[in-house]
Design a protein around this ligand. Structure first.
Ligand code: HEM
Length: 439
């Protein structure tokens, strides 16, 4: 053991047997961590060191955990021994109040319970919005067509998902100015997330005022529209939230899903377009199944489930041990230790999946679907346990709706080139440079 290792471990004695790359002074393993994307680091350390690997960011330890039992404990039975501090601090400036995503302890419990995403009517509200949503999407897509060969589908798809969110949450699309302001806010937060620096650009508050101002205007208008179906309409009719609360809740629903959903749809389309027979088969099934939400769920499930396994949009997430040491799986973690949970090593584990690197929706037989539900040992794209994604039903609804709108019309031609590269934006693994045509 090097002097640096001895020195670093002196504050974290329980970590001494966890393997990992040798840290150097004073950067620790920053070079290993920043040399490639975080999902590659997670796959790499899992292949080299096994289910637990210790890396250092300066003098701070990060333990990568890829043991299903330990992950289940961290996110489930022993979750009270951990808290979430990243990426909370980075996100806070974009918010007016904490959300279920950014809070901890009793405040988190309260926010999760009172979030409209937890409401019992959510499922019914989503399903009854399928047909109007599809009409919106078809008209919205037709407006932009044809998108000719080589078109930038990355920006187009993101905007489509954003507009669909606006339609669902607000009952209308927002102005170009509000959309631009939203993106400026998120770009600034993304810089904080990726650099861990507490920086903000000079006009940040200006953009924040534009975005929140636009939402305030819409929420005010919605109060005079008794028949609308959007969540803003629903909140105006049925909730006891103040106007300011409604705005905050609606605003918080945007960053939760716009990138992860865009990533999932982009990957699914690119994978399907690379396998024309599969695509033709799915299109044929959707062409006869688009009259209600229930009829599209089964035909789409294998492709969507395979995207979540093979190309999970959220590749890693973090926890920090509270003050006291805790034992999970085969390791004891000292208080204050950061834990990085990587999804890819398990979603692509050769011990669990056949041909794990290949995108193969056919693998999802009824039996495999039952054996690997969302939130299980080798498939947890929405996390696990009490802090699992609060918007997973919404995410699946949006993905199913947009794929149906694009692939359910036999006359529509969708062709997307294979994804060449991915970037890390707002905690998501985003297919970049998505090119193709839609006509
Ligand atoms: C493909 C789409 C999505 C994926 C892959 C995804 C993934 C995740 C994951 C992995 C977590 C847990 C992170 C952790 O344990 O630290 C999470 C949490 C969360 N997600 Fe999602 N998400 C998606 C879409 C959405 C949408 C559409 C919304 C809201 C409209 C949403 C709202 C939330 C919230 C509020 C939490 C925090 C829950 C809590 O801490 O109690 N997500 N998501």
């Amino acid at each position: 053991m090097s002097m640096t290792q001895k020195l670093l471990l002196s504050s974290y004695p329980n970590l001494k047997d966890i393997p990992g790359p040798v840290p150097s002074f004073p950067l620790g393993n920053l070079r290993d961590l920043s040399s490639q994307s975080i999902w590659k680091v997670s796959e790499d350390v899992s292949a080299r060191y096994g289910p637990y690997a210790l890396l250092w960011v300066l003098n701070q330890p990060v333990v990568f955990v890829h043991d299903p039992k330990a992950i289940d404990e961290i996110l489930g039975a022993k979750s009270a021994a951990f808290f979430k501090d990243e990426p909370l601090a980075a996100m806070r400036p974009a918010l007016r109040t904490d959300t279920a995503f950014t809070a901890n302890g009793p405040e988190w419990q309260q926010l999760r319970r009172t979030s409209f995403l937890s409401e019992s009517m959510m499922g019914e509200w989503l399903t009854s919005g399928f047909e109007p949503g599809l009409r919106f999407l078809r008209a919205r897509i037709a407006r932009d067509l044809p998108l000719r060969k080589g078109a930038n589908l990355e920006a187009w798809l993101y905007r489509l998902v954003f507009d669909f969110n606006s339609q669902m949450w607000l009952g209308r699309t927002v102005s170009e100015t509000a959309f631009g302001a939203y993106n400026k806010i998120m770009d600034a937060i993304n810089v904080r997330l990726t650099t861990a620096l507490p920086v903000l650009p000079p006009r940040f508050n200006h953009y924040k005022n534009i975005w929140y101002g636009a939402l305030e205007e819409i929420v005010e208008q919605v109060r005079h529209e008794p028949d609308g179906h959007s969540m803003a309409h629903h909140l105006a009719r049925h909730s006891h939230f103040t106007l300011a609360d409604q705005v905050n809740h609606l605003s918080n629903a945007f960053p939760g899903g716009v990138w992860s959903v865009t990533a999932a749809i982009g990957d699914t389309l690119a994978h399907l377009c690379a396998q024309p027979r599969l695509l033709a088969d799915l299109k044929a099934q959707l062409a006869t199944a688009t009259h209600s939400y229930e009829t599209v769920v089964d035909p789409l499930e294998p492709s969507i489930r395979e995207t979540f396994r093979h190309s999970a949009p959220v590749p890693t997430f973090m926890r920090r041990v509270k003050e006291n040491p805790v034992t999970v799986g085969q390791v004891t973690l000292d208080g204050g230790v950061r834990v990085m949970i990587g999804v890819y090593p398990l979603h692509r584990s050769a011990a669990h999946w056949s041909e794990p690197e290949t995108y193969r929706p056919e693998r999802w037989t009824r039996q495999l679907l039952q054996e690997n539900p969302y939130g299980s040992d080798y498939l947890f794209p929405f996390g696990r346990g009490p802090r699992a994604c609060l918007g997973s039903d919404v995410a699946l609804f949006q993905i199913r709706s947009i794929l149906t709108a694009l692939l359910g019309d036999p006359a529509r031609r969708v062709s997307i080139d294979p994804v060449k590269d991915y970037s890390f934006y707002f905690g998501c693994r985003m297919p970049t440079g998505l090119r193709g045509s839609i006509a």
